[in-house]
Design a protein around this ligand. Structure first.
Ligand code: SF4
Length: 182
């Protein structure tokens, strides 16, 4: 397939920005973040927007990535895992780049009472160490706010907009496994 690389510039820019935010938040949370090679607790099989799928596919082709080197494990939480390592780590989608980082989002499960929520990995943050509302100035635990969490709603909004500009279809998703097709 022929690609117009200009189409992917905004996607690659967003991915770079995501990596920068993740690096900053990892630094802010310091010793709490115990993410390391070999931990794949966040990994699940994914579908992605067409712009993301095609940009990754383009990159793999540009780099001469050997798709035959990937052993896809249909029984794994994400088939791209091998020995709990991602076989396409360099090319992994935006959402994979946020693994382990505390995520803030608007929870509107009950539309009449939406509230700001934070999702986090319990390997990184112990519920007992967290404080959401205390006014205690001496409190030394982790208190999540907009400066130490990743705003996933905003990230998704930007990715959604880039995809719409690219393909015009808000619904279409593509199974990441399709990257291995030739
Ligand atoms: S693509 Fe890689 S990082 Fe993303 S969920 Fe699968 S194994 Fe994990």
């Amino acid at each position: 397939m022929q690609f117009d690389t200009k189409m992917f510039e905004k996607y690659f820019e967003l991915r770079k920005k995501t990596d920068e935010i993740t690096a900053k938040l990892t630094s802010i949370h310091g010793k709490n973040i115990v993410c390391r090679p070999g931990c794949s607790s966040c990994c699940v099989n994914l579908t992605v927007f067409p712009v993301e799928f095609e940009a990754i596919s383009y990159e793999m082709g540009r780099d001469g990535f050997d798709k035959d080197s990937v052993i896809f494990d249909s029984g794994a939480s994400c088939g791209f895992l091998k020995d709990d390592l991602c076989q396409i780590y360099k090319y992994r989608p935006v959402i994979c780049r946020t693994h382990g980082i505390p995520i803030s989002f608007l929870n509107d499960d009950d539309p009449s009472e939406p509230y700001n929520a934070v999702s986090f990995c319990e390997l990184n943050f112990n519920e007992d160490d967290l404080d959401y509302e205390s006014d205690d100035d001496d409190y030394e635990g982790v208190r999540f706010d907009e400066n130490n969490t990743l705003d996933i709603d905003e990230l998704n909004r930007q990715l959604f907009a880039i995809n719409i500009e690219h393909c015009g279809d808000p619904e279409k998703r593509i199974d990441l496994k399709g990257l291995l097709k030739k």
